[in-house]
Design a binder for this molecule. Structure first.
Ligand code: GUN
Length: 284
């Protein structure tokens, strides 16, 4: 079997256009445009690229973008005070603090300081808890984007065995909860998992979020499986590669996401969808 490509770039464009149309309609009704504050601390090169794209797309859909760039020496207290100001600012509907943060800042404290109603990353324990309890409000963007891509296959997920590789708070755990909510049977694998290839071979759906280039081998993929690759790694030649050996997996899967152009663009699209949702939940 040769897989069909799950084109994240195209689906993200559709989602972004839907968001832009709804933003325009809200503004025409007299609402303030949704506002998204993106906070960057330090000079991590990858983070700078992600943040620039987030801000650019925010403006592109007609939202207000509030940019805060701080030096890596910013104290934890100063960051928490900045979040308090954003929580109190009525023009700001969504707050995103780009991770990772410099080592002297505790990311848990920072995430928990964000008003859950403005937590458009969906990382606050309140929003994670709502996802656990099957009534999500603001959903973690990357898993939310993966679910939107899976919807694009037109296949029912009910009863499928979904294997999630990786147990991070940003990807693996919320992804597993999303798949469970979609009535998959879910297995979460991590670095202590025994016989990882054997478990991945059972997957009708395989989601890889481990952050290791081409870690998932083609012969781990069951014939006809749907493969979602969340990894964005820099290969030895400087090119971006996923966590899955794309060419080998493509020969067996029914659907597969490319890297770049798969999950990556979806994360930003769902961030904007969440910001719109946050504005609708607060302002009506
Ligand atoms: N760093 C890597 N991915 C993400 C994300 O989705 N949100 C934030 N805030 N930081 C990240």
């Amino acid at each position: 079997m040769t897989a069909r490509i799950l084109d994240g770039k195209a689906v993200a464009q559709t989602v972004t256009q839907e968001v832009a149309a709804r933003v325009a309609a809200r503004v025409a009704e007299g609402h303030a445009p949704p506002g998204l504050a993106v906070v960057l601390v330090g000079e991590n090169a990858a983070s700078q690229v992600y943040v620039r794209n987030k801000r650019r797309t925010t403006e592109h859909v007609g939202m207000r973008s509030f940019a805060y760039d701080y030096q890596a020496t910013l104290s934890e207290d100063a960051l928490l005070a900045a979040i308090d100001r954003l929580n109190a600012n009525p023009d700001v509907h969504g707050i995103l603090v780009q991770l990772p943060l410099p080592k002297h800042i505790d990311p848990e404290k920072v995430v928990e300081r964000i008003d859950p109603g403005k937590d458009v990353d969906g990382f606050h324990p309140y929003n994670v808890g709502r996802l656990v309890l099957k009534s999500p409000t603001l959903r973690p963007c990357t898993p939310f984007g993966c679910m939107r891509l899976l919807q694009e296959t037109g296949e029912s997920l009910v009863g499928k065995h979904a294997v999630v590789i990786g147990q991070s708070n940003i990807v693996g755990r919320p992804m597993a909860l999303e798949l469970l909510m979609a009535r998959c049977t879910v297995t979460i694998c991590h670095s202590a998992t025994r016989d990882l290839p054997g478990i991945v071979r059972q997957g009708d759906v395989v989601v890889a979020g481990v952050g290791r280039p081409r870690f998932v081998q083609g012969d781990w993929i069951r014939d006809g499986a749907i493969v979602v690759d969340v990894g964005i790694n820099r290969g030895e030649d400087g090119k971006l590669v996923g966590d899955v050996d794309f060419e080998a997996a493509k020969a067996r899967a029914s659907w597969i996401t490319p890297v770049p152009g798969g999950v990556g663009p979806m994360t930003i699209a769902m961030l904007l969808a969440n910001t719109l949702r946050a504005a609708e939940l607060r302002d009506g």
